[in-house]
Design a protein around this ligand. Structure first.
Ligand code: SF4
Length: 446
């Protein structure tokens, strides 16, 4: 038996703006509601009190956590909810009284910094149920016993790997791509038709998110009043191309950045996005894939399968051996991981060998090490949106470097993942999704 992180759990269709602060809390609230239901106590609930700890207490309101929890208590799930209904969620839609959210930003529960405590009482204030959940990044949740839902499914896999070196060795020994190896593992969990259909749905949702962001103007939610710019970039790029195609030169990098900004603007607006592997970093993998389609001739079919499965293989290494949570590892865990996943996956669909894929993923993370999380005002907007655009460029550059070489290099992906883990442990909590340091305290709010 081995611990396997499925691509279908790593990439989930949900809503913005945050996988750990919106998607995870909604799942936790829904799990609490289900627990009340299955224990037969739901009808007696008069009041529910919710406490948010650590980074959830610090930046939860700016990340839509409270609305997501109300929607979850009402029965919504990230996969099926309507984003506009979550944005409008309020306690009146519940069948019981909801106490004021207790924000304990300076208290960190032992298991993880994104803790949530739910307490249900009856009309006489008698305790009915008390549960603690943790939002551990990427929309995954745990309780005191461990992961909930489909995460880290414990099954016999045809191809076990815990590290990048094991993954590459297996691929090379079998003479198959990383994507094929992951595909065979996925089939141990689900029929091939289901895996294929769900991967296509995920890629289609990524494409729809890019295109929706490119076509939408306006101001993002929150007092920062950040103007959307992906649509303006699009118009500018078309104008330049129309004025003089030759003078415009190669605009592929500008388009790549517009794709990433488009997705992250959709995310910041609380719209439908794919967690990849988190929401704050949701723009990088779709942008690099869309770039591969538009500028490198890669088909949607290849992107839905080989690109996503290769990215998932790399993402599972980060999730298993380090962290994809900004609250645990800073932004290197979110944007750094996504950049590394995209770099390796792009290399794969451009014909790179498993060793070149590993090299690209390593290069991409190496230059994200130490990246802090410091969202201004607690909104997933500044620096997050632009950071995705820059990281998408880094992913493409890392892939190009790796494809020029033969895959041999000094620093392994495993070494970089372990370095990221250690750097995350050493990082002050001010730089872990608390908005208590960095840009968050140096940008004047007006
Ligand atoms: S700074 Fe990075 S880790 Fe922090 S919220 Fe923004 S994208 Fe997520």
């Amino acid at each position: 038996m081995t611990e396997f992180v499925s691509a279908l759990d790593l990439f989930t269709i949900g809503i913005g703006p945050s996988s750990s602060h919106t998607v995870g809390p909604m799942r936790a609230a829904k799990a609490f509601k289900d627990e009340l239901q299955s224990s037969g106590k739901r009808a007696r609930v008069a009041r529910v009190a919710v406490t948010l700890y650590g980074s959830l207490g610090a930046t939860g309101p700016g990340h839509g956590t409270t609305n997501a929890i109300i929607a979850g208590l009402a029965g919504s799930t990230p996969e099926t909810c309507q984003p506009e209904e979550v944005r409008a969620a309020n306690p009146e839609m519940l069948e019981f009284e909801l106490g004021e959210f207790d924000l304990q930003s300076r208290t960190r529960l032992e298991r993880h910094s994104n803790g949530m405590r739910f307490v249900a009482t009856d009309a006489s204030d008698g305790l009915l149920l008390e549960s603690v959940y943790y939002s551990v990044g990427g929309g995954f949740i745990e309780d005191e016993q461990g992961p909930l839902g489909g995460e880290r499914e414990q099954v016999d896999m045809p191809h076990n790997y815990q590290t990048a070196s094991e993954l590459i060795a297996s691929s090379e020994n079998l003479g198959i791509t990383i994507a094929e190896l992951v595909w065979r593992n996925e089939l141990a969990l689900r029929p091939s038709e289901e895996v294929q259909a769900r991967l296509e749905k995920i890629w289609s949702a990524m494409v729809a998110c890019v295109e929706s962001g490119l076509a939408t103007e306006g101001t993002l939610p929150g007092y920062l009043k950040v103007e959307r710019r992906a649509s303006k970039m699009t118009r500018g790029l078309w104008d330049r191309a129309a004025a003089s195609e030759s003078a415009a030169g190669d605009q592929s990098m500008e388009w790549l950045q517009a794709y990433a900004i488009a997705v992250n603007e959709e995310n910041a607006a609380g719209n439908r996005v794919v967690t990849a592997p988190t929401n704050g970093a949701a723009g990088i993998i779709p942008a690099v894939g869309y770039y591969a389609r538009e500028f490198r001739g890669v088909s949607d079919e290849t992107l839905a399968r080989d690109y996503l499965l290769t990215a998932a293989a790399i993402g599972s290494l980060y999730k298993r051996n380090a962290s994809i949570s900004g609250a645990e590892a800073g932004c290197q865990g979110e944007v750094g991981s996504a950049c590394s996943m995209a770099a390796g996956a792009l290399t794969a669909v451009l014909g790179g060998s498993p060793a070149q894929v590993e090299n690209a993923a390593e290069i991409a993370m190496e230059h994200n090490l130490g990246l802090t999380c410091d969202p201004v005002g607690g909104f997933v907007q500044m620096p997050c949106i632009e950071r995705n655009a820059i990281a998408a460029g880094t992913a493409v550059a890392a892939s190009r470097l790796a494809l020029i070489g033969d895959g041999r290099h000094k620093i392994s992906l495993d070494t970089v993942i372990e370095t990221m883990r250690q750097t995350g442990l050493d990082m002050s909590s001010k730089y872990k999704e608390t908005s208590m340091g960095g840009l968050a305290v140096n940008v004047v709010e007006c």
